[in-house]
Design a protein around this ligand. Structure first.
Ligand code: 5AD
Ligand code: SF4
Length: 437
């Protein structure tokens, strides 16, 4: 009898891609995707612990499965991802949700197949959280769900220990895949017809870190020189490691998108130093200057945290000033979330929720005004977008241009996977609405 799976994903792109790997494992076991979790034979929660709200969200959703599980005793409920990898959290999940059948971590995702087979045979829950041992698993077969886009891990983990961040604790030290494995994965994706490849790592710029034969700019160059009709992106870049050499490579090869995600986190040197970011505002602006010397039209996006412990009004105003100066095309804004075990969690002067809320609202307004202003400049211009899908509510196709701007257009044929030129007729916030030309 056909068995069905459902995966609930929390968090970033890294997790979305990990869910594709989980789906690959489940399909190998004969499971098919089911849109409704309640009608599935196995439900996997791929959790995230980067901020408290992602954690609460996952806990809330898992809790809702108690009743379903009581009705359908054969349903397997598995919880994985970086939340379970956090100190003591697996025990927490186990005691809060005794009906959970499998608990696994980020370091043993590839063993999920064994855990499921084990669980299918036994009544007892399978709980396995492994410590980081530096291994890189090759030969995974993700079931990709983002055509025409494909994500490719180039490195895992992080060595930076930004003082607010839990990632180095739950994902372990930075380790890079061999360049030949990355390149052959990309070659396969191109031959399968994928049109946009995004190289993924917590800090792609430190790829190799002395352990591989080539640096990130050379890896990017090799991939950009592969034959085929595709474009290339990468994320995330740490400003301290962003180099002129990388800007040169980005400018030289047309397949590399003129787009860079360069998280600044704060516009105050005092805060940056306490965040352990290892650059100043002046260093950051200088990197942008170098980037724009090579690629004047490069779109830069960023991440910003407000309410970091000890952040004063002056510090916050410095962030607003930086946003105005840096001309970001968009910014992801977050309220600082205290993560147990990090250096910042022990800092005095944690900022009250109402101050953080006020600051983030002010910041969002500044960011949105800038994005709107930038979008309006595109009215009357032609942009090339890679069509990613069809919005059934708006009855339009949608996709992004190389700068990451969202474009919507109508067509009477299936355009998914095509590069389409559209003439922008209207800007609506970050979205550009146009007609095919
Ligand atoms: N609180 C708020 N935001 C955080 N980020 C990482 N850790 C935290 C935290 N504890 C943000 C950073 C990072 C992005 C992926 O998430 O801005 O760049
Ligand atoms: Fe976290 Fe900093 Fe590493 Fe990014 S670079 S994952 S913010 S520790």
């Amino acid at each position: 009898m056909q068995k069905f799976y459902h995966i609930v994903t929390y968090g970033c792109q890294m997790n979305v891609h990990e869910s594709e790997k989980i789906a690959g494992i489940l399909r190998e076991l004969g499971y098919e995707y089911c849109e409704e979790a309640e009608n599935s034979d196995i439900v996997v929660f791929n959790t995230c612990c980067i901020r408290e709200n992602a954690e609460n969200h996952a806990f809330g959703n898992i809790g809702m499965f108690k009743k379903l599980k009581a009705k359908n005793r054969n349903m397997i409920i598995a919880v994985g991802g970086c939340l379970t990898q956090q100190m003591g959290k697996a025990d927490n999940v186990k005691s809060k949700f005794p009906f959970v059948d499998i608990i696994f971590g980020t370091h043993n995702l590839h063993k999920l197949k064994d855990y499921i087979l084990m669980k299918e045979k036994q009544k007892k829950a399978v709980i396995s959280i492994e410590e980081f041992d530096g291994t890189i698993v090759e030969g995974e077969k993700p079931y990709r769900t983002s055509y025409p886009n494909a994500w490719v891990n180039i490195a895992y983990g992080c060595n930076n220990f930004c003082s607010y961040c839990i990632v180095p604790y739950v994902r372990g030290r930075e380790r890079s895949r061999k360049s030949e494995n990355i390149i052959s994965e990309v070659e396969n994706l191109i031959s399968e017809g994928y049109k946009e490849i995004t190289l993924l790592g917590q800090n792609v710029n430190s790829y190799g870190n002395g352990t591989q034969d080539i640096s990130f700019p050379r890896l990017l160059e090799k991939i950009a020189c592969l034959d085929g009709n595709f474009r290339l992106r990468f994320m995330t870049s740490h400003p301290k490691d962003f180099s002129e050499e990388l800007a040169e490579v980005m400018a030289k090869y047309p397949k590399i998108c003129h787009s860079l995600h360069l998280p600044v986190q704060s516009g105050s040197d005092t805060v940056l130093s306490r965040m352990n970011r290892k650059y100043t505002v002046a260093d950051y602006l200088n990197k942008l200057k170098i980037l724009r010397k090579y690629i004047p039209d490069c779109a830069v996006t960023t991440d910003i945290i407000v309410g970091f412990p000890g952040e004063t009004d002056d510090d916050f105003n410095a962030t607003v000033d930086l946003v105005k100066k840096a001309d970001f095309s968009s910014a992801f804004t977050f309220v600082y979330s205290k993560r147990e075990g990090t250096v910042a969690s022990k800092m005095p002067d944690q900022i009250s929720e109402h101050i953080s809320k006020r600051r983030i609202m002010e910041l969002i307004e500044v960011v949105n005004a800038q994005t709107r202003c930038q979008s309006e400049k595109y009215v009357g211009k032609k942009i090339k977008i890679l069509c990613e899908g069809f919005d059934s509510k708006k009855k339009t196709y949608l996709g992004r241009d190389e700068y990451g701007r969202m474009g919507y257009f109508e067509s009477d044929k299936d355009e998914v996977g095509n590069f389409v030129d559209i003439l922008v007729e209207k800007a609506n916030g970050v979205s550009l609405i146009g007609k095919k030309v």
